[in-house]
Design a protein around this ligand. Sequence first.
Ligand SMILES: C[S@@+](CC[C@H](N)C(=O)[O-])C[C@H]1O[C@@H](n2cnc3c(N)ncnc32)[C@H](O)[C@@H]1O
Length: 209
Amino acid sequence: MSAKFIAQQLSHPAGAIGRWILGPLWNRRNRPLNDVSLAQLDLHSVDRVLEVGFGGGYLLGRMSVLVTDGFIGGVDVSATMVEQCRARYRSLVQTGKLDLKVGTAEQLPYPDRHFTKAVSVNSIFYWPAAPSAIAEIARALDVHGHLVLCFTDKDSLQQKDFARHGLTLYNAADVQHLLEDNGFHEINLTQHADRHRSFWCVTALRSST
Ligand SMILES: C[S@@+](CC[C@H](N)C(=O)[O-])C[C@H]1O[C@@H](n2cnc3c(N)ncnc32)[C@H](O)[C@@H]1O
C-alpha cells in the first residue's frame, strides 16, 4: 500500500478499510489523546457537545456516559465512519441523545450557538481550510463555549511517510494563532506524549463577539 493511498484513507476512510481497519485502529491507538481530551472537556450531565471527526467513535462512547441529560452531535466527512458509529450507538441515536451526520468541519450542519462544548482529536491536519473550520466551530458554540483540540505534534508526524501527502502539520504556536484569529480566547496548551508520538491538547473559550 502506498503512503499516498494510506493518507487518502486516513483523511476520508471508505468501505472495508475504514470499517474494519481504521476505525478499530484509531479507537485503540488514539485512546491516550481522547482520554486527555475527555478530562479537559470537564463534561456535565446537561452539556451539549459537538465532536468533529469522530472516526471509530471511542470518545462518543466515553462522553455519552457523562452527558446523561444533554446531547451529543458528531460530524465526520466519512459516510463509512458515520454508518459504523450509528450502528455501534444505535440506542443512543434512537433516543435522540446522539446525532451523527456526514459533514465537514468547514460547514457544520448545526445552528448558531447550539453547543456548550466542542472537541476534535487528530482531525485538524485533514481539514482543507482550518481557519474557516475554527470560525465555524466558534459559530456553533454558545458564547464562552469550551473547545478542546487535540493533535499529534508536527515533529512526530514529520517522521511518518503518509504525512507527506496532503496533510497540514501544526505545532502549538500555529494552533494558538488559528484560535486567536478565529473567535477564541483564554487559550491553554499542554504537551503530552505516549509511545507513538508527542501531542498537544489545547483548550479555548469562544469569544463573545
Ligand atoms: C485520524 S481520524 C481520528 C478519529 C478520532 N477522532 C480518533 O481520535 O480516533 C480523523 C477523522 O477525521 C475525519 N475528517 C477528516 N477531514 C474532516 C473534515 N474536513 N471534517 C470532518 N471530519 C473530517 C476523518 O474522516 C476521520 O474519521
